[in-house]
Design a protein around this ligand. Structure first.
Ligand SMILES: [Zn+2]
Length: 415
């Protein structure tokens, strides 16, 4: 860590300025805890420094000629930011990815479909890690031909988003293919959305496919291989040789103890093209340094959701993932949902829209009452309303990332 902080200070104009302003020097780092003296950066820092002074901007610590790859964030929270990699950064990214694939039991005799978007998305190159491991790799991307690929090539492992894993399974069932009997998928890796870390969602996907589901976590800001589940599926092991994790209070920035829930802050330990020192990820979670039952010693993180997605109802912090967990556990509904957050009488309210299964004999009112009670029991505050649609009535099925939360609070809803 001393090395990378020194490297950043000496080579990235932004860090030189910001450390000088904060009155800290790389030599101040004597123990890991000393990182706490250094200032935070966030997505805005990336945006503000991008393209300033050079194409790669003031956070970059190498000249452009040393950079071989850039990934780009989805821009879902503003201007897309680019993350550069040197050749060494990129190779180490894929070495880490190979390790995660091995961790979930992938071996050279596996047939692997990489069903992630290749266009600028940091998850795209992860297929190289599987290839380096020796698996037979099918660069599926997000082509609309997965069912053909799955049936004809009979792959054993697939990586996609949780919503797509769910929808692909459902579509297969509706078209007369039983994924459990007709296909050979043994393991499904999911990333890009929170679903893989929500037990009920993971189990629902596992039930459709008869396969094990593992959550992987990457950040376009760093690389696609930040953390991954093992067979214990109890949090995600973090790539501790690449990333130092802290959790902080989202309001005060105060450093929290392991186990306490807060915003995850990452410091990259080895990435040279653009080191990130104390990067506020915007993800809420907790660090778990207890021993994992799998025997691996790398610490774990448990991810609860995006800070931006969290909302407060009657003084209770509500994550969309809590709502999803309830919806996915509930019998008689499809598991699709849409959350609306709005204001009434100057307080936040939330409403949930769901789909009733075609063969559910209960009335819409009965279903709505059941879901309301389940949400109240789990979250502590009940929704303002539950709207029941027929199967297929919600327009939330997308190929990649599903939009399931609509924040209407910018509109005037108070009466
Ligand atoms: Zn483990």
């Amino acid at each position: 860590m001393q090395e990378i902080v020194k490297f950043a200070y000496e080579n990235a104009p932004y860090y030189k300025r910001s450390f000088d302003e904060a009155g800290v020097k790389p030599e101040d780092i004597k123990t890991l805890k000393d990182i706490q003296k250094f200032p935070f950066i966030n997505k805005k820092t990336q945006r503000d420094t991008q393209g300033v002074g050079s194409f790669l901007g003031e956070l970059a610590a190498v000249p452009e000629e040393d950079v071989v790859f850039i990934s780009t964030s989805s821009g879902s929270t503003g201007v897309p930011t680019m993350s550069p990699f040197t050749k060494k950064d990129f190779d180490e990214f894929q070495d880490t990815e190979s390790r995660w694939f091995w961790q979930i039991g992938m071996r050279p005799n596996d047939r692997y479909v990489h069903a992630l978007n290749f266009s600028l998305y940091v998850g795209g190159p992860d297929v190289i890690g599987a290839q380096n491991l020796g698996a037979l790799c099918i660069w599926g991307g997000t082509l609309p031909s997965e069912r053909f690929v799955l049936k004809t090539y009979q792959p054993t492992v697939i990586w996609t988003s949780p919503s797509y894993a769910w929808q692909l399974g459902e579509k297969a069932l509706k078209s007369g293919i039983d994924p459990k009997k007709d296909l050979n998928i043994k393991k499904i890796i999911v990333a890009g959305e929170l679903g893989g870390s929500i037990d009920a969602t993971r189990k629902a996907i596992e039930d459709i496919w008869g396969a094990e589901v593992y959550d992987f976590y990457g950040l376009s800001d760093i690389f696609g291989a930040c953390a991954a589940m093992c067979e214990a599926k109890d949090g995600l092991h973090i790539a501790e040789n690449h990333i130092l994790v802290e959790t902080i209070d989202i309001h005060t920035g105060e450093i929290l103890e392991p186990g306490q829930v807060g915003e995850l802050v990452f410091t990259t330990l080895r990435k040279h093209a653009r080191p990130l020192i104390r990067f506020r990820t915007g993800d809420i979670g907790r660090i778990d340094n207890t021993k994992c039952s799998c025997g691996r010693t790398h610490g774990r993180i448990h991810i609860l959701g995006r800070k931006d997605d969290m909302f407060i109802v009657s003084a209770v912090n509500v994550f969309p993932s809590d709502i999803e967990a309830v919806i996915r556990e509930q019998d008689g509904i499809t598991g699709e949902y849409l959350i609306r957050i709005f204001e009434r009488d100057f307080t936040n309210k939330y409403a949930v829209e769901i789909e009733k299964n075609a063969d559910n004999p209960k009335s819409d009112d009965e279903v709505a009452a059941e879901v309301t009670a389940a949400l109240k029991a789990r979250i502590g505050v009940k929704p303002a309303r539950v709207v029941v649609h027929p199967d297929g009535g919600l327009d939330t099925r997308s190929e990649h990332k599903s939009r399931r939360v609509i924040d209407e609070r910018t509109l005037d809803y108070s009466i």
